[in-house]
Design a binder for this molecule. Structure first.
Ligand code: M6P
Ligand code: ZN
Length: 192
């Protein structure tokens, strides 16, 4: 078969220190203003909006266009808090519900929250070398509980899509907050 009729192999380089991918489709920057309503302490969030800090950046590797293939990217989640809640990603499930995903932590410290539609939560610690397999139908969010950026590598089906609506409306049933002795998992009283 002629190779010109096939999707072409793609090469990219990952910078392990920065978490960046050079052959990147289009970097996504999410600031606090992109996550309005996501944090419990709205007063604290409003006060920080003037500076509007970057919470995380996503570097999706250039795709070869294979619709039933895989997408690859890194996320760099900054350290910090809004009130007592750590910086976190929006969190999403997949439009193609059964689509799974894999996260591989490159550096930093954090948590991954995976949650069913009924609010059953599984929380796992993220640190250099941890691999997290997220089965289909589980919403997922990452939280930086450390003092340096949390950097992880992700692989997911190209046809998965992102479903943000449910999480935006009802949140996650569990929150990760800064306690006296470090991160604590608490019940989200506003979860509906
Ligand atoms: C990972 C992957 C991406 C996702 C990103 C940020 O890199 O899961 O698909 O976009 O994290 O998470 P979110 O889309 O929830 O902001
Ligand atoms: Zn996902």
């Amino acid at each position: 078969m002629n190779a010109t009729n096939l999707f072409q192999p793609i090469l990219a380089n990952l910078d392990f220190e920065q978490g960046t991918i050079d052959n990147c489709e289009q970097m996504i920057v999410r600031r606090l203003s992109d996550l309005q309503g996501y944090f419990q302490d709205d007063e604290a969030a409003q006060a920080m909006l003037e500076d509007d800090p970057v919470l995380y950046r996503v570097y999706p590797m250039k795709s070869c266009g294979e619709e039933t293939g895989l997408l690859v990217g890194t996320s760099v989640l900054e350290p910090g808090c809004v009130g007592n809640e750590y910086f976190m990603t929006k969190g999403h499930s997949h439009l193609l519900e059964e689509a799974p995903e894999v996260y591989f932590t490159l550096s930093g410290e954090g948590m991954i929250l995976t949650e069913t539609a009924d609010g059953d939560t599984v929380a796992q610690k993220m640190e250099k070398g941890t691999i997290h397999y997220i089965p289909g139908k589980w919403a997922h969010r990452t939280i930086n509980t450390g003092a340096v950026p949390l950097i992880f590598f992700a692989v997911w089906p190209a046809n998965a899509g992102h479903n943000y609506g449910a999480i935006k409306n009802k949140g996650f049933a569990t929150l990760v907050v800064k306690g006296e002795d470090g991160p604590e998992l608490i019940k989200n009283l506003n979860y509906s």
